[in-house]
Design a protein around this ligand. Structure first.
Ligand code: KG4
Ligand code: ZN
Length: 408
C-alpha cells in the first residue's frame, strides 16, 4: 500500500510517501519520499509557537514539500499536454482550500501538469494540535484527494507518535536506499506507551493496535512544555528542551556541585497521573530567591546545575510512574515516544529501566522520528486502514480537532 502522509499539527510542516506491507503483525515501511520543514526559526522571536503564523507558513511550505516528495518517490511525471484535471475540478479544489491563503496558487503551480501518482491513500493529522495549523494540512489532503480521486483518512497525532516506533530509520538512512527495513517490528501486547511531547504527557495501555486506554496523564503542563518554560526562565531560546539537555550534560560531564534542589511532583501519588507545573514554579522561585528574579545574574555553571536538577526531577517522576504502570499492566512492550524522548538522559534512563524487566521489549524512535514528522503519520495511516478497510469507502468531511483524544 502506498501512502501519502501530511503533518501540520504544530510548527513542523511534513510530507512523506511510504510503501507499507506486512499487516499489523509485522508491518514494514519503505520510505519513498520524506520532506520536513521546521518553522522553529520563525517562531523563536515569539518564544513559542504562534498559531496564525504556523498556519501561514504551512500553507506556503506544503506545495514545495509535496513536489519534493513526489520527485523523490519518482512520482512526479510531468505531462503538459494530457493531465490538466479540468477547470471544474480546480474550481472545487479552490473552494476546499479557500480558507488557506496562497495554498491554491501553490498547489496549482506545483501539480497542474503532473500525472496522477500511484498512491492508494492519503493520511492527514486531524488532531490534537493547533486548530488553525491542523486545518491547513486537512484542506491540502482533501484537495489532493479530490484532484486524484484518492481516499483521505484522518489520523490522531498521538497514535502517530506511538506508531513512530514501527519505522526503523537508522541515522545513516537515506531515502535513496529503497529497501524495506529488515528489522522486525513486532510489538508484543499488552503494551504500554509513555507519550512525552510538547503538548502531552500520558501513559497509555494498549491491548492491541487501535485499542488504547489512557491510564493517566498530566493534570497541568506537559513535560516538553515544562522544558520549554523553564528554559525561557533561564533566558534560553525556544525550543528549550534541547537547550536544557545540553546544559544538563555539561553539568554532568564537569561534575558540577548539585546546589539547586527541586521537588518530584506526584511521585508518590500511586496513580499514573503527572503534574509539572509545580516543578516549573519551583524553578521560578529558585531564580527569584537566589538571583533576584534575574537569570542574567546566573553563571553558566549555575544554569547547568539547575538544568541538570530539572532533568533529574523529570526523569525520576517519569521512571517511577512508568515502572508502576509496567508492573500494573504486565506489559510485554514499552513504547516511549514524543519529542521529549529525543533527550539523551531520558533515553538512557528508560534503557536502564527496561533492563530490569526480564522479557520487556523497549521501543524508542530515533531522534528525527521522536519529534513531529509525517513518517509516523504514514505508519498510523497504514494501521488504521488494515484494521478498518471500510474507512477508505466512507469519505466524510474531516474536521480539525485541537483536543482529539486517543481513546474515546
Ligand atoms: O512531539 P513534539 O515534536 O511536538 C509535539 O507534539 O508537541 O515535541 C516537542 C517538544 C518540545 O517541547 C521540545 O522542547 C521537546 O519536545 N524536546 C526536548 C528535546 N528535544 C525536543 N525536550 C527535552 N530534551 C530534548 N533533547
Ligand atoms: Zn507531536
Amino acid at each position: 500500500m502506498k501512502i501519502l502522509s501530511i503533518e501540520t499539527s504544530c510548527d513542523e510542516t511534513a510530507v512523506s510517501i511510504v510503501e507499507a506491507e506486512g499487516g499489523t503483525e509485522s508491518p514494514v515501511f519503505k520510505i519513498l519520499g520524506n520532506s520536513l520543514f521546521s518553522q522553529v526559526n520563525t517562531h523563536r522571536e515569539y518564544g513559542g509557537v504562534y498559531p496564525m503564523l504556523a498556519k501561514r507558513e504551512h500553507g506556503k511550505n506544503l506545495p514545495p514539500l509535496l513536489m519534493n516528495v513526489l520527485k523523490q518517490a519518482e512520482m512526479y511525471a510531468e505531462n503538459p499536454t494530457s493531465p490538466s484535471y479540468g477547470e471544474e475540478k480546480w474550481q472545487e479544489i479552490k473552494y476546499i482550500v479557500s480558507r488557506e491563503d496562497g495554498l491554491f496558487e501553490g498547489l496549482i503551480s506545483a501539480l497542474k501538469n503532473i500525472e496522477k501518482p500511484k498512491i492508494d491513500v492519503i493520511g492527514v493529522t486531524s488532531g490534537p494540535g493547533l486548530a488553525p495549523a491542523l486545518w491547513v494540512g486537512i484542506s491540502c489532503a482533501e484537495a489532493l484527494g479530490k484532484l486524484w480521486d484518492i481516499p483521505v483518512v484522518p489520523i490522531n497525532h498521538m497514535e502517530g507518535h506511538i506508531a513512530s516506533v514501527l519505522i526503523c530509520k537508522t541515522e545513516e538512512f537515506s531515502i535513496f536506499n529503497f529497501q524495506f527495513s529488515k528489522k522486525t517490528n513486532t510489538i508484543r501486547f499488552p503494551a504500554l506507551a509513555l507519550l512525552i511531547s510538547g503538548g502531552h504527557t500520558e501513559l497509555v495501555s494498549m491491548k492491541g493496535w487501535g485499542e488504547y486506554e489512557v491510564m493517566g496523564q498530566t493534570l497541568d503542563d506537559a513535560v516538553g512544555e515544562a522544558f520549554d518554560k523553564v528554559a525561557r526562565m533561564m533566558g534560553l531560546p525556544y525550543p528549550g528542551g534541547p537547550e536544557i539537555s545540553r546544559l544538563a550534560e555539561f553539568a554532568r560531564e564537569n561534575n558540577l556541585p548539585n546546589i539547586a534542589r527541586l521537588p518530584r511532583p506526584m511521585i508518590h501519588s500511586g496513580d499514573s497521573n503527572f503534574s509539572f507545573s509545580g516543578l516549573k514554579t519551583a524553578v521560578l522561585y529558585y531564580i527569584r530567591d537566589k538571583f533576584s528574579k534575574d537569570h542574567s545574574k546566573m553563571t553558566i555553571d549555575e544554569k547547568a546545575d539547575l538544568a541538570r536538577e530539572f532533568e533529574d526531577a523529570v526523569v525520576d517522576v517519569l521512571l517511577k510512574k512508568t515502572n508502576e504502570a509496567l508492573e500494573r499492566t504486565g506489559a510485554k512492550t514499552l513504547i516511549v515516544a514524543g519529542g521529549v524522548i529525543a533527550n539523551k538522559k531520558i533515553r538512557q534512563a528508560f534503557t536502564k529501566l527496561a533492563d530490569k524487566f526480564s522479557d520487556l521489549i523497549l521501543k524508542i524512535p530515533t531522534n528525527s522520528l521522536a519529534t513531529d514528522n509525517s513518517l509516523m503519520i504514514a505508519a498510523a495511516t497504514y494501521l488504521n486502514v488494515i484494521l478498518n478497510p471500510k474507512i477508505l469507502d466512507k469519505q466524510t468531511k474531516i474536521i480539525a480537532s485541537g483536543n482529539l483524544k486517543l481513546a474515546m
